[in-house]
Design a protein around this ligand. Structure first.
Ligand SMILES: Nc1ncnc2c1ncn2[C@@H]1O[C@H](COP(=O)(O)OP(=O)(O)OP(=O)(O)O)[C@@H](O)[C@H]1O
Length: 264
C-alpha cells in the first residue's frame, strides 16, 4: 500500500530524514513515535508531496510525485497538527468538504456526499455539533471534526498528526479504536503520537523515528523499556498487566526521584 524507498529530506543544510526504506500494507493501524523535532510531520509532508525530498514514495502502486494534487487527495487524507479555524464554515460544511476529494472538478456535493458527511459525524459522536460554526467550538471538538472530515474523504490512507493531542481521555480512546476499526476495513492509518501507551495497545505496527532513521516493527518487539528510555532520554519501564484475562503492556516513568527538581 505504502512503499518508501531511499527517502531523504533536508531543510537547507539540516538533514531530517535519512535513507528511509520500508513498506506498509493496507489494513494496519500504525503509530509513529519520535522525540519532538524528530521529523514526524516532515515525513507526512513528504508523503503529501508538499516538501522537496529525494527518494520515492509509492501509494497503491503509484509514485506520489507524479500524481496531481487532486489525485493524491483521493488516496491520502491528512489531519494536521494545528488546524486553522475558518470561522465562517459550519461543522457540517467542514466535514462535507472532505467528500469533495472524490468529486469531479466543479461538481457540487450531492445527497450521497451529505449522507457520508453525516455518517462521519455520527461515527465520531459529534453529529450534535453539525450546525455550530467550526471557529466557535473547542480545540478538542475541532480535532474531532478534522478526524470526521478525513473519514468522510474516504481515502485509503489516513495520516493523523497527533490526533489525540487535544482530546479528553474518552475521546482519545474513541479515536484510537476508530483507527483500529478503519484498519480492519482495509484502510492504512498512520498516526503520530507522543504517548507510548497508545502505541503499545492500539498499533498493529510501529514506526520509530530516531536520529533521522526509521525502524519498523511490532509493538511488543520494538517498544521495550530500553528502547523507549533511549528514545525519550528518560528512564521508563514497560510492564505487563493482566486486565480481565488479557495481557496488556503499559509504559510508566521509572525515575525514582526527580533530580532536576532537587537541583532547582
Ligand atoms: N520549514 C522548515 N524549515 C526548516 N526547518 C524545519 C522546517 N520544518 C521543520 N523543520 C525542522 O525539522 C525538524 C523536524 O521537524 P518536524 O516538525 O517534522 O518534527 P516532529 O517530529 O513533527 O516534531 P513535534 O513532535 O515537535 O511536532 C525540526 O528540527 C524542525 O525544526
Amino acid at each position: 500500500m505504502l512503499r518508501v524507498t531511499n527517502l531523504n529530506v533536508h531543510y537547507a543544510q539540516k538533514l531530517v530524514l535519512q535513507q528511509l526504506n520500508f513498506t506498509l500494507p493496507a489494513g494496519q493501524s500504525v503509530c509513529l513515535l519520535g522525540q519532538n523535532g524528530a521529523g514526524k510531520t516532515t515525513f507526512f509532508r513528504a508523503i503529501l508531496n508538499t516538501i522537496a525530498y529525494q527518494g520515492k514514495i509509492v501509494i497503491a502502486g503509484q509514485n506520489t510525485k507524479k500524481l496531481p494534487r487532486a489525485a493524491l487527495a483521493k488516496k491520502v487524507a491528512y489531519i494536521p497538527q494545528n488546524h486553522e479555524a475558518p470561522a465562517n464554515f459550519s461543522v457540517f460544511e467542514m466535514v462535507l468538504m472532505g467528500t469533495t476529494a472524490n468529486l469531479k472538478p466543479f461538481q457540487q456535493p450531492g445527497k450521497a456526499e451529505e449522507k457520508r458527511a453525516l455518517a462521519a459525524l455520527e461515527r465520531l459522536g459529534i453529529r450534535y455539533l453539525q450546525h455550530d460554526y467550526f471557529g466557535e467550538i473547542s480545540g478538542g471538538e475541532q480535532q474531532l471534526v478534522t478526524v470526521a472530515r478525513s473519514v468522510a474523504q474516504n481515502s485509503r490512507v489516513i495520516l493523523m498528526d497527533e490526533p489525540c493531542a487535544n482530546l479528553d481521555f474518552g475521546n482519545q480512546m474513541m479515536v484510537l479504536e476508530m483507527a483500529r476499526e478503519l484498519a480492519r476495513q482495509g484502510f492504512l492509518i498512520i498516526q503520530s503520537t507522543h504517548e507510548p501507551n497508545h502505541a503499545l495497545n492500539y498499533a498493529d505496527q510501529i514506526l520509530l523515528l530516531e536520529k533521522q532513521r526509521m525502524t519498523v516493527g511490532k509493538p511488543d518487539k520494538l517498544l521495550t523499556s530500553q528502547r523507549l528510555s533511549r528514545l525519550y532520554h528518560y528512564p521508563v519501564k514497560v510492564v505487563t498487566v493482566n486486565v480481565d484475562g488479557q495481557q496488556k503492556r503499559f509504559c510508566i516513568a521509572a525515575r525514582k526521584e526527580l533530580k532536576h527538581v532537587a537541583n532547582l
